[in-house]
Design a binder for this molecule. Structure first.
Ligand SMILES: [Fe+2]
Length: 270
């Protein structure tokens, strides 16, 4: 697959390229030196970008890219360990979750484009684990744009890592069902934010911001979300941010019941 870096935008999907062709753009400049050959989420280490041909912002991006790749990879491993432990009823280390989140925040503070671009590369890794990391990245980047400092970003990012932890108490045949859920199955799914709060209840050092992400990431501004159907300003700011991050990553990923949407189609829907 060829990833085309176009200003701040990475085109990674043939349908995006087809859409670009249909626009009224007269000229599209593609710098092949800035394109990356990529297989799944693995970056080919043999490919080097000639830094002397890039501006400062691009240099920062490429310098951060390798570190960001390690942060993303480590995050997926830790998310996998965490969620598997909870599924088995085992305890888990909040310290590990916090360290992964600190690494995410530090990478985004050095250069947000690098880790954000990796969160958009959808490979064939297990969706549940990658989704936890991607939501943590998207929430943190979004929250950062509001001007919050690193402590608050870590609290919000930890919510992203933990947001679906309650799903580990839901039978896998419901979570992985390719067809439409029955009303009773959906009512079970709707409990997962509360199950998530239960799962962290015995942990100390979890902030209110982290809890709000876990509890409110399926609430909707119009009151049609769950588990409580609260609306408007009653939903915490970080709850709304996490809802957008969760939906965006889900829409742009392949699922058992649908193919991945392109980023522009997902944004138009949100
Ligand atoms: Fe969820």
């Amino acid at each position: 697959m060829i990833i085309i870096r176009c200003d701040k935008k990475i085109l990674s999907d043939n349908s995006e390229i087809e859409t670009l062709k249909k626009t009224r753009a007269v000229n599209v400049k593609i710098n092949v030196h800035k394109s990356i050959n990529i297989q799944s989420t693995e970056i080919d280490p043999s490919i080097t970008i000639p830094l002397e041909k890039t501006n400062n912002r691009e240099q920062e991006y490429y310098r951060e890219l390798q570190k960001a790749k390690d942060v993303h990879h480590e995050g997926v491993i830790r998310a996998s360990e965490l969620l598997k432990a909870v599924r088995k009823g085992h305890t888990f280390s909040l310290k590990v979750v916090k360290q992964v989140t600190i690494d995410i925040v530090e990478s985004l503070l050095r250069n947000s484009d690098a880790l954000l671009s990796l969160s958009q590369l959808k490979g064939h890794d297990d969706y549940t684990y990658v989704h936890s990391v991607n939501v943590a990245i998207l929430i943190t980047a979004f929250y950062k744009s509001f001007g919050y400092g690193s402590d608050k970003l870590v609290e919000a990012g930890m919510g992203g890592m933990l947001h679906d932890i309650g799903k580990m108490r839901i039978p896998e045949y419901i979570l992985n069902k390719p067809g439409k859920l029955t009303d009773s199955e959906f009512s079970i799914i709707k409990r997962h934010p509360e199950y998530g709060i239960d799962a962290i209840d015995d942990k100390s050092g979890i902030s209110d911001i982290t809890r709000k992400v876990i509890l409110q990431h399926h609430e909707r501004y119009n009151g049609k979300g769950y588990p409580f159907g609260i609306k408007g300003e009653r939903i915490n700011e970080v709850g709304l941010v996490s809802a957008v991050a969760d939906v965006y990553d889900a829409l742009t990923s392949d699922r058992v019941y649908k193919s991945a949407w392109t980023p522009h189609k997902a944004i138009a829907c949100i």
